[in-house]
Design a protein around this ligand. Sequence first.
Ligand SMILES: Cc1ncc(COP(=O)(O)O)c(C=O)c1O
Length: 292
Amino acid sequence: MPILGEKGVSLYIKREDSIHPHISGNKYRKLKYNLQEAKKLNHSTLLTFGGAFSNHIAATACAGIEQGLKTIGVIRGEELKDNWQDNPTLQLAREHGMEFHFVSRSDYQKKNEKSFLDELKDVFGEFYLIPEGGSNELAVEGCKEILTETDSRFDFICSCVGTGGTIAGLINSAKPHQTVWGFPALKGNFLKEDIRKFARNENWELISDYHFGGYAKVDADLIDFINTFKKETGIPLDPIYTGKMVFGIFDLIKKDAFKKGTQILAIHTGGLQGIKGMNLVLKKRNLPLLDV
Ligand SMILES: Cc1ncc(COP(=O)(O)O)c(C=O)c1O
Protein backbone atom coordinates (compact mmCIF):
# COMPACT_ATOMS: atom_id res chain seq x y z
CA MET A 1 0.00 0.00 0.00
CA PRO A 2 1.45 3.41 -1.06
CA ILE A 3 1.55 4.89 2.47
CA LEU A 4 4.10 2.23 3.52
CA GLY A 5 6.50 3.33 0.76
CA GLU A 6 5.89 7.00 1.53
CA LYS A 7 6.73 6.55 5.21
CA GLY A 8 9.52 3.99 4.68
CA VAL A 9 7.84 1.47 7.00
CA SER A 10 7.27 -2.20 6.24
CA LEU A 11 4.26 -4.15 7.45
CA TYR A 12 3.89 -7.91 7.33
CA ILE A 13 0.79 -9.81 8.36
CA LYS A 14 1.20 -13.27 9.83
CA ARG A 15 -1.77 -15.23 8.50
CA GLU A 16 -2.66 -17.32 11.53
CA ASP A 17 -6.22 -17.13 10.19
CA SER A 18 -5.27 -19.63 7.49
CA ILE A 19 -4.24 -22.41 9.92
CA HIS A 20 -7.67 -24.10 9.73
CA PRO A 21 -11.07 -23.06 8.31
CA HIS A 22 -12.76 -23.00 11.74
CA ILE A 23 -10.01 -23.42 14.38
CA SER A 24 -8.06 -20.48 13.09
CA GLY A 25 -5.72 -17.82 14.39
CA ASN A 26 -5.12 -17.66 18.11
CA LYS A 27 -7.87 -20.24 18.72
CA TYR A 28 -5.76 -23.09 17.38
CA ARG A 29 -2.84 -21.94 19.53
CA LYS A 30 -4.97 -21.60 22.66
CA LEU A 31 -6.72 -24.92 22.31
CA LYS A 32 -3.71 -27.03 21.33
CA TYR A 33 -2.26 -27.74 24.78
CA ASN A 34 -5.64 -27.56 26.51
CA LEU A 35 -7.01 -30.39 24.40
CA GLN A 36 -3.85 -32.43 25.01
CA GLU A 37 -4.29 -31.86 28.75
CA ALA A 38 -8.00 -32.77 28.67
CA LYS A 39 -7.13 -36.07 27.00
CA LYS A 40 -4.23 -36.72 29.37
CA LEU A 41 -6.63 -36.29 32.30
CA ASN A 42 -9.10 -38.67 30.60
CA HIS A 43 -11.83 -36.09 30.16
CA SER A 44 -14.44 -36.75 27.51
CA THR A 45 -16.17 -33.35 27.73
CA LEU A 46 -14.99 -29.75 27.31
CA LEU A 47 -17.02 -26.92 28.82
CA THR A 48 -16.42 -23.29 27.98
CA PHE A 49 -18.03 -19.82 27.98
CA GLY A 50 -18.80 -17.24 25.32
CA GLY A 51 -21.11 -14.63 23.85
CA ALA A 52 -23.44 -15.14 20.92
CA PHE A 53 -20.82 -14.33 18.25
CA SER A 54 -17.81 -15.79 20.06
CA ASN A 55 -14.98 -17.04 17.84
CA HIS A 56 -13.85 -19.15 20.77
CA ILE A 57 -17.21 -20.97 21.02
CA ALA A 58 -17.13 -21.80 17.29
CA ALA A 59 -13.51 -22.99 17.44
CA THR A 60 -13.99 -25.09 20.58
CA ALA A 61 -16.94 -26.92 19.00
CA CYS A 62 -14.91 -27.67 15.87
CA ALA A 63 -11.78 -28.72 17.78
CA GLY A 64 -13.85 -30.91 20.11
CA ILE A 65 -15.49 -32.87 17.33
CA GLU A 66 -12.15 -33.32 15.53
CA GLN A 67 -10.60 -34.70 18.71
CA GLY A 68 -13.55 -36.88 19.76
CA LEU A 69 -14.49 -34.70 22.75
CA LYS A 70 -18.03 -33.63 23.63
CA THR A 71 -18.43 -29.84 23.95
CA ILE A 72 -20.73 -27.71 26.08
CA GLY A 73 -20.98 -23.96 25.51
CA VAL A 74 -22.29 -21.78 28.33
CA ILE A 75 -23.70 -18.88 26.31
CA ARG A 76 -24.33 -15.35 27.61
CA GLY A 77 -27.98 -14.31 27.07
CA GLU A 78 -31.03 -16.32 28.07
CA GLU A 79 -33.01 -14.69 25.26
CA LEU A 80 -31.01 -16.71 22.72
CA LYS A 81 -32.57 -19.93 23.96
CA ASP A 82 -35.47 -19.67 21.52
CA ASN A 83 -33.75 -18.08 18.54
CA TRP A 84 -30.15 -19.30 18.48
CA GLN A 85 -30.87 -20.83 15.08
CA ASP A 86 -30.73 -17.30 13.59
CA ASN A 87 -27.15 -16.85 14.80
CA PRO A 88 -24.45 -18.07 12.35
CA THR A 89 -21.82 -18.65 15.08
CA LEU A 90 -24.14 -20.80 17.19
CA GLN A 91 -25.34 -22.63 14.06
CA LEU A 92 -21.73 -23.51 13.22
CA ALA A 93 -21.07 -24.67 16.79
CA ARG A 94 -24.21 -26.83 16.84
CA GLU A 95 -23.33 -28.35 13.43
CA HIS A 96 -20.11 -29.44 15.14
CA GLY A 97 -21.95 -31.04 18.02
CA MET A 98 -21.84 -28.39 20.75
CA GLU A 99 -24.54 -28.52 23.42
CA PHE A 100 -25.68 -25.08 24.63
CA HIS A 101 -26.51 -23.87 28.12
CA PHE A 102 -27.97 -20.35 27.93
CA VAL A 103 -27.58 -18.19 31.05
CA SER A 104 -28.59 -14.68 32.07
CA ARG A 105 -26.01 -11.92 31.97
CA SER A 106 -25.84 -11.88 35.78
CA ASP A 107 -25.23 -15.64 35.98
CA TYR A 108 -22.63 -15.34 33.25
CA GLN A 109 -20.67 -12.97 35.50
CA LYS A 110 -20.19 -15.93 37.88
CA LYS A 111 -18.20 -17.84 35.26
CA ASN A 112 -15.09 -18.04 37.44
CA GLU A 113 -16.86 -18.83 40.74
CA LYS A 114 -16.46 -22.31 42.18
CA SER A 115 -20.08 -22.57 43.32
CA PHE A 116 -21.35 -21.78 39.82
CA LEU A 117 -18.96 -24.28 38.24
CA ASP A 118 -20.10 -26.89 40.77
CA GLU A 119 -23.72 -26.26 39.72
CA LEU A 120 -22.67 -26.86 36.12
CA LYS A 121 -21.03 -30.13 37.19
CA ASP A 122 -24.31 -31.21 38.79
CA VAL A 123 -26.03 -30.67 35.44
CA PHE A 124 -23.39 -31.92 33.00
CA GLY A 125 -21.12 -34.21 35.03
CA GLU A 126 -17.30 -33.90 35.04
CA PHE A 127 -15.75 -31.66 32.38
CA TYR A 128 -12.46 -30.05 31.41
CA LEU A 129 -12.96 -26.33 31.89
CA ILE A 130 -11.67 -23.87 29.33
CA PRO A 131 -12.22 -20.26 30.51
CA GLU A 132 -13.92 -17.55 28.46
CA GLY A 133 -11.83 -16.61 25.43
CA GLY A 134 -9.75 -19.74 26.07
CA SER A 135 -7.11 -17.84 28.04
CA ASN A 136 -5.20 -19.81 30.66
CA GLU A 137 -1.58 -20.85 31.29
CA LEU A 138 -1.68 -23.58 28.61
CA ALA A 139 -3.24 -21.20 26.08
CA VAL A 140 -0.41 -18.75 26.69
CA GLU A 141 2.11 -21.57 26.08
CA GLY A 142 0.39 -22.24 22.74
CA CYS A 143 0.38 -18.56 21.79
CA LYS A 144 4.14 -18.37 22.43
CA GLU A 145 4.47 -20.55 19.32
CA ILE A 146 2.97 -17.87 17.06
CA LEU A 147 6.40 -16.22 16.86
CA THR A 148 9.31 -18.13 15.36
CA GLU A 149 13.04 -17.43 15.02
CA THR A 150 12.58 -15.82 11.59
CA ASP A 151 10.33 -13.18 13.19
CA SER A 152 13.22 -11.77 15.20
CA ARG A 153 13.92 -9.28 12.35
CA PHE A 154 10.80 -7.29 13.29
CA ASP A 155 10.90 -4.24 15.55
CA PHE A 156 7.20 -4.25 16.51
CA ILE A 157 4.81 -7.16 16.98
CA CYS A 158 1.14 -6.07 16.92
CA SER A 159 -1.78 -8.11 18.19
CA CYS A 160 -5.45 -7.66 19.07
CA VAL A 161 -6.41 -8.00 22.71
CA GLY A 162 -9.61 -9.48 24.15
CA THR A 163 -8.91 -11.46 27.31
CA GLY A 164 -5.13 -10.99 27.09
CA GLY A 165 -3.90 -14.57 26.61
CA THR A 166 -2.67 -14.10 23.06
CA ILE A 167 -0.60 -11.01 23.76
CA ALA A 168 0.84 -12.64 26.91
CA GLY A 169 2.18 -15.49 24.74
CA LEU A 170 3.66 -13.00 22.28
CA ILE A 171 5.24 -10.98 25.10
CA ASN A 172 6.81 -14.13 26.53
CA SER A 173 8.33 -15.19 23.21
CA ALA A 174 9.30 -11.78 21.77
CA LYS A 175 13.03 -10.97 21.71
CA PRO A 176 14.40 -8.25 24.03
CA HIS A 177 14.82 -5.81 21.10
CA GLN A 178 11.15 -6.19 20.09
CA THR A 179 8.16 -4.20 21.36
CA VAL A 180 4.73 -5.83 21.50
CA TRP A 181 1.78 -3.51 20.90
CA GLY A 182 -1.69 -4.71 21.87
CA PHE A 183 -4.84 -3.20 20.38
CA PRO A 184 -7.75 -3.84 22.79
CA ALA A 185 -11.10 -4.63 21.20
CA LEU A 186 -12.83 -3.47 24.40
CA LYS A 187 -13.02 -0.27 26.38
CA GLY A 188 -11.69 -0.32 29.94
CA ASN A 189 -8.56 -0.45 32.04
CA PHE A 190 -8.81 -3.98 33.42
CA LEU A 191 -6.79 -5.58 30.62
CA LYS A 192 -3.33 -4.63 31.87
CA GLU A 193 -3.87 -6.61 35.06
CA ASP A 194 -5.17 -9.61 33.11
CA ILE A 195 -2.12 -9.54 30.85
CA ARG A 196 0.27 -9.22 33.80
CA LYS A 197 -1.10 -12.49 35.24
CA PHE A 198 0.62 -14.36 32.40
CA ALA A 199 3.23 -12.00 30.93
CA ARG A 200 6.84 -12.41 32.05
CA ASN A 201 8.41 -9.35 30.35
CA GLU A 202 7.88 -5.60 30.27
CA ASN A 203 8.37 -5.11 26.53
CA TRP A 204 4.75 -4.23 25.77
CA GLU A 205 2.19 -1.47 25.64
CA LEU A 206 -1.55 -1.22 25.03
CA ILE A 207 -2.77 1.13 22.31
CA SER A 208 -6.29 1.87 23.48
CA ASP A 209 -7.49 4.36 20.84
CA TYR A 210 -8.94 1.94 18.32
CA HIS A 211 -11.79 0.06 20.02
CA PHE A 212 -14.40 2.12 18.13
CA GLY A 213 -16.53 2.61 21.24
CA GLY A 214 -16.21 -0.88 22.69
CA TYR A 215 -16.55 -4.57 22.06
CA ALA A 216 -18.24 -5.35 18.71
CA LYS A 217 -18.98 -1.66 18.10
CA VAL A 218 -18.33 -0.62 14.50
CA ASP A 219 -18.94 2.40 12.28
CA ALA A 220 -19.06 3.09 8.54
CA ASP A 221 -15.37 4.17 8.45
CA LEU A 222 -14.22 0.85 9.88
CA ILE A 223 -16.39 -1.15 7.46
CA ASP A 224 -15.06 0.89 4.56
CA PHE A 225 -11.47 0.36 5.73
CA ILE A 226 -11.93 -3.42 5.99
CA ASN A 227 -13.56 -3.66 2.54
CA THR A 228 -10.92 -1.44 0.89
CA PHE A 229 -8.06 -3.34 2.58
CA LYS A 230 -9.45 -6.62 1.28
CA LYS A 231 -9.78 -5.23 -2.26
CA GLU A 232 -6.25 -3.85 -2.26
CA THR A 233 -4.40 -6.70 -0.52
CA GLY A 234 -6.67 -9.76 -0.79
CA ILE A 235 -6.51 -10.09 3.01
CA PRO A 236 -9.85 -10.40 4.84
CA LEU A 237 -10.09 -8.83 8.30
CA ASP A 238 -12.81 -9.32 10.91
CA PRO A 239 -14.73 -6.32 12.30
CA ILE A 240 -14.29 -7.09 16.02
CA TYR A 241 -10.55 -7.67 16.36
CA THR A 242 -8.17 -7.65 13.39
CA GLY A 243 -9.98 -4.92 11.43
CA LYS A 244 -9.63 -2.50 14.34
CA MET A 245 -5.97 -3.39 14.86
CA VAL A 246 -4.98 -2.95 11.21
CA PHE A 247 -6.99 0.31 11.05
CA GLY A 248 -5.00 1.45 14.10
CA ILE A 249 -1.64 0.45 12.62
CA PHE A 250 -2.30 2.43 9.43
CA ASP A 251 -3.52 5.44 11.41
CA LEU A 252 -0.33 5.34 13.48
CA ILE A 253 1.82 4.99 10.37
CA LYS A 254 0.07 8.09 8.91
CA LYS A 255 0.77 9.96 12.17
CA ASP A 256 4.50 9.03 12.01
CA ALA A 257 4.42 6.87 15.14
CA PHE A 258 7.04 4.59 13.55
CA LYS A 259 10.40 5.87 12.41
CA LYS A 260 11.67 5.25 8.86
CA GLY A 261 12.95 1.71 8.39
CA THR A 262 10.69 0.19 11.08
CA GLN A 263 9.59 -3.37 10.41
CA ILE A 264 6.18 -4.27 11.83
CA LEU A 265 4.66 -7.71 12.14
CA ALA A 266 0.88 -7.82 12.74
CA ILE A 267 -0.67 -11.10 13.83
CA HIS A 268 -3.88 -12.05 12.03
CA THR A 269 -5.69 -13.82 14.88
CA GLY A 270 -8.63 -15.00 12.74
CA GLY A 271 -12.23 -14.24 13.69
CA LEU A 272 -13.52 -14.32 10.11
CA GLN A 273 -16.46 -16.54 11.08
CA GLY A 274 -17.89 -13.46 12.83
CA ILE A 275 -18.42 -11.53 9.58
CA LYS A 276 -21.74 -13.24 8.77
CA GLY A 277 -23.22 -12.39 12.18
CA MET A 278 -21.95 -8.81 12.00
CA ASN A 279 -23.55 -8.37 8.57
CA LEU A 280 -26.93 -9.30 10.09
CA VAL A 281 -26.44 -6.54 12.66
CA LEU A 282 -25.25 -4.02 10.05
CA LYS A 283 -28.25 -4.76 7.83
CA LYS A 284 -30.62 -3.96 10.71
CA ARG A 285 -28.77 -0.69 11.34
CA ASN A 286 -28.78 0.27 7.64
CA LEU A 287 -24.98 0.39 7.58
CA PRO A 288 -22.85 -0.81 4.65
CA LEU A 289 -22.07 -4.54 4.76
CA LEU A 290 -18.70 -6.28 4.94
CA ASP A 291 -17.64 -7.98 1.72
CA VAL A 292 -17.42 -11.75 2.07
C1 LIG B 1 -10.08 -13.20 16.32
C2 LIG B 1 -9.60 -12.86 17.66
N1 LIG B 1 -8.49 -12.13 17.77
C3 LIG B 1 -8.00 -11.78 18.97
C4 LIG B 1 -8.63 -12.14 20.13
C5 LIG B 1 -8.06 -11.70 21.43
O1 LIG B 1 -7.38 -12.72 22.05
P1 LIG B 1 -7.23 -12.74 23.64
O2 LIG B 1 -8.59 -13.04 24.17
O3 LIG B 1 -6.27 -13.83 23.88
O4 LIG B 1 -6.75 -11.41 24.05
C6 LIG B 1 -9.79 -12.93 20.07
C7 LIG B 1 -10.49 -13.35 21.30
O5 LIG B 1 -10.17 -14.26 21.97
C8 LIG B 1 -10.29 -13.31 18.81
O6 LIG B 1 -11.40 -14.05 18.69
